[in-house]
Design a protein. Structure first.
Length: 649
């Protein structure tokens, strides 16, 4: 090797080391780091975990989750250091590992004692999002006739920064998760612990309902959604977004929106696009949906979180609705017995009556096609995302349906009524004042707004934002996804170093905060089945990632080693790179995400109300700014794609 070559290699190595040394691990807020523990006792428990792992692979997939969930909880506790009380927490770990070993032996004996007919137990399912085992606590009161369909109460727990899987499950086994016994099955979802039942936590709650309904006879018209504190916030959120699922919704305390709850002044507002994205979870913008379901809120009279119910009182009043708001006299952040009695009496009555699965009048309010439906209505397209969008529909007579819309471009009406076989010829649909009469029998009416509203055969032909395929970047992490790492290198070493750091950060953060392990493959290992099944989270550059190279030319963003062009602007490839979401050109039913995590980071974990999407559909980063707890780099520009997944004009 010549001296010139040696000098060049030294220069490259120096550049690499200088850049790499700037990266520092981002301190986590949730869960907090634990204390040192007795390593001899820890080793004994870890040896038992190893024994479990050796046998667990032999179980069927349905059986496996009920044991694997203990292994994951303990693995994470040791790996993340989630021990907070000397002695006591190791006792919890010991109890959980012994329970797992008992379950393993029971399965060998073809028994399942945890599938109870009464009492309390830990159950588990594999999440569709990341295939991680997720726990929930199940309670069944004595003398409940499980041969008949029963009511189900979903109880959402409050915030517990230290109540990770291990502690949550131990509390369940120790009977420390208490709820007044009702004549119903009660479930306590973990909901990914501390993300406010958003993102993967939201999906988990829906999967818990599905899992319980597969194991027990559940009357789908008698499901109550309830929660307190963070769980109250979850009840506001899930109650409004899925109002058609519940017989009643009960939020206790919690929060219902972002700006007022955090007392933000105008000078403290985040970027305009983040303010737009508040519309994903700010419930006043979904208040009209509560006209479809009984609602009873609770607040302590002197609890600061009474603010949530007061905000919703104002929002509901605008729609002509008075909130049933129970206030505990002189109470802080807890229930008083009299108020709880009133609430449970109301819940019991609603469960007895059940929800009406075929209402003749439906209200739907949304700002995004992530939440597009209510009963027999589905919004298939919006004029513009992140604006107030509504549908009011009423079957006035057996042969006339009246519909009024706001900011809606495409709509589907599905026949729900058991006494009707179809919308018959001559059936009249009056939409926004225009009359449309059917010429033939139909069970589904598809409508598209052009110069006027027209009947159409299909909503799915063109590339556009559709239900569950509408962005922003955050959205790709709420359904099954696969992280795809680069097997090559970029000509710009800074990109490779940044991507390597961000991939490791995502894997670690998903384990610590989202309570799961990420599916991850190199680009060279991705199969056709992967492309069909998952959103692909692609890291690196078109030079380093072969999947990215294949698809990026079919998106609005142009990027190669010499040039980066975004929304008519050109950026230096020395320090800039794009992050964005887009329908996968090789499978438009799924997303690709280029160079991004779920977008909220460690500094947003101080309150669940800030664990919201921070970036829109696309962003240009300046990666000379080192990633931190707020952002993956300096944001040079950012925006949403339009309704056809193109740059906004």
């Amino acid at each position: 090797m010549t001296s010139r070559q040696q000098l060049f290699l030294f220069f490259l190595l120096s550049t690499f080391l200088t850049f790499a040394q700037d990266y520092k691990d981002i301190p986590r807020k949730v869960p907090p780091k634990g204390i040192s523990i007795d390593q001899t006792k820890a080793k004994s428990i870890k040896d038992k975990i190893t024994k479990l792992k050796q046998h667990i692979t032999k179980l069927s997939s349905q059986e496996k989750a009920e044991v694997d969930v203990f292994v994951k909880a303990l693995d994470f506790a040791f790996l993340n250091n989630e021990f907070y009380k000397k002695g006591k927490d190791l006792q919890k770990a010991e109890k959980l590992v012994e329970e797992a070993l008992k379950r393993l032996q029971a399965l060998k004996d073809k028994k399942t004692p945890w599938q109870i007919s009464s009492g309390k137990t830990v159950r588990a399912f594999y999440s569709q999002i990341d295939n991680s085992p997720q726990p929930y606590i199940l309670e069944i009161p004595k003398d409940l006739d499980l041969s008949k369909p029963q009511s189900l109460i979903i109880w959402l727990h409050g915030r517990g920064d230290k109540v990770t899987d291990m502690h949550f499950m131990a509390n369940g086994l120790n009977n420390k998760l208490k709820f007044p016994e009702q004549k119903a099955i009660t479930v306590h979802p973990l909901g990914r612990q501390c993300i406010g039942y958003k993102s993967a936590g939201e999906t988990d709650v829906l999967e818990v309902i599905k899992h319980v309904s597969e194991k027990y006879k559940i009357d789908e018209n008698r499901i109550a959604l309830m929660g307190f504190s963070m769980g109250g916030a979850g009840a506001w959120h899930l109650g409004a977004h899925y109002a058609e699922k519940w017989a009643i919704v009960h939020p206790g305390a919690g929060f219902a929106e972002t700006k007022e709850y955090n007392k933000l002044k105008k000078e403290d507002y985040p970027a305009w696009y983040e303010q737009k994205l508040w519309g994903l979870y700010d419930i006043p913008g979904y208040a009209r949906n509560f006209l479809n379901v009984p609602l009873i809120a609770y607040s302590g009279e002197v609890d600061k979180q009474i603010q949530a119910a007061q905000v919703m009182e104002k929002a509901l009043k605008k729609h002509g609705h008075i909130l049933n708001h129970v206030i505990g006299p002189k109470m802080g952040h807890k229930y008083d017995p009299k108020s709880m009695k009133t609430i449970l009496k109301t819940v019991d009555k609603a469960l007895k009556n059940g929800r009406n699965p075929f209402p003749h009048k439906v209200y739907l309010q949304t700002q995004t096609l992530r939440y597009p439906s209510m009963h027999w209505l589905t919004i298939e397209g919006l004029d513009e995302h992140w604006s107030d969008s509504r549908v009011n529909a009423e079957l006035k007579t057996p042969m006339q349906l009246v519909v009024n819309t706001k900011n809606i471009s495409k709509l589907t009406v599905n026949l729900p009524w058991p006494d009707k076989k179809s919308f018959a010829p001559g059936f009249e649909l009056i939409i926004d004042g225009a009359s449309i009469k059917l010429a033939k029998n139909q069970t589904t009416i598809k409508l598209s707004k052009q110069a006027s509203w027209l009947l159409v055969d299909d909503h799915s032909k063109e590339l556009r934002k559709k239900p569950y395929l509408q962005g922003p970047i955050y959205d790709a992490f709420q359904t099954p996804f696969l992280v795809v790492t680069p097997s090559g290198t970029s000509s710009n070493i800074k990109i490779d170093q940044w991507a390597d750091f961000e991939i490791k950060h995502l894997v670690k953060r998903w384990r610590e905060l989202f309570r799961g392990n990420i599916r991850i493959k190199k680009d060279s290992e991705v199969t056709e089945a992967d492309i069909k099944q998952y959103n692909l989270i692609l890291w690196g550059s078109p030079e380093s990632n072969s999947i990215m190279k294949r698809v990026i030319s079919k998106t609005p963003i142009s990027w190669n080693k010499a040039s980066l062009k975004v929304d008519g602007k050109e950026y230096s490839t020395d320090k800039n790179l794009p992050a964005f979401i887009y329908p996968n050109p090789e499978n438009p039913k799924k997303y690709i995400v280029i160079n991004s995590d779920p977008t909220f980071r460690e500094n947003h974990d101080r309150t669940n109300s800030l664990q919201n999407p921070k970036l829109p559909d696309w962003v240009v980063f300046d990666i000379s700014q080192i990633p931190d707890g707020n952002s993956a780099g300096k944001i040079v520009d950012a925006n949403f794609f339009d309704e056809n997944w193109q740059f906004k004009k």
